[in-house]
Design a protein around this ligand. Structure first.
Ligand code: FES
Length: 146
């Protein structure tokens, strides 16, 4: 009886783990940069076609992203994607951070199951929108001071 229970638990665990790399599992279970920055320089909220939402807030100093945080109500893959995206964005220039796309996030996570690849699009798109928000604010402020 105990033996068959162990087998059931083992098969459930392998099903849960199926298709997720160790990197993805690590970022999903121990997300980096989770939360929202106080008074961010750039901020975005995006709801993906799956209905899940992500927020990204960034701090920018002299054109470099010094801090990036995310929040999501989505699945474990979206947590891993937001975590990885913010890790990748920190320390990059705005132009280099704009090069972080779905494919780069997927590569950094060593892949996601096919039904979850859109989670990496959710996080990369939300990052791009936070950068746009920062740039729009900068343009508005330079117009005011001109
Ligand atoms: S973000 Fe919607 S399923 Fe992952």
């Amino acid at each position: 009886m105990e033996d068959s229970l162990d087998k059931l638990v083992e098969s459930m665990q392998s099903e849960i783990n199926w298709g997720f790399s160790d990197v993805t599992k690590d970022h999903a279970m121990n997300p980096r940069n989770i939360g929202t920055l106080d008074h961010p320089d750039g901020f975005s909220v995006y709801k993906g076609p799956c209905g899940d939402t992500m927020e990204i807030s960034i701090r920018v100093e002299e054109g470099i992203i010094t801090e990036a945080m995310f929040w999501t109500d989505g699945c474990g893959s979206s947590i891993a994607s937001g975590s990885m995206t913010t890790v990748m964005a920190k320390g990059k220039t705005l132009d280099d951070a704009l090069k972080i796309d779905q494919l780069e996030v997927l590569e950094a996570l060593q892949g996601l199951p096919r039904e979850n690849v859109h989670c990496a699009l959710l996080s990369s798109k939300t990052l791009h929108m936070a950068i746009s928000d920062f740039r729009e604010k900068e343009i508005r402020e330079s117009g005011r001071s001109a």
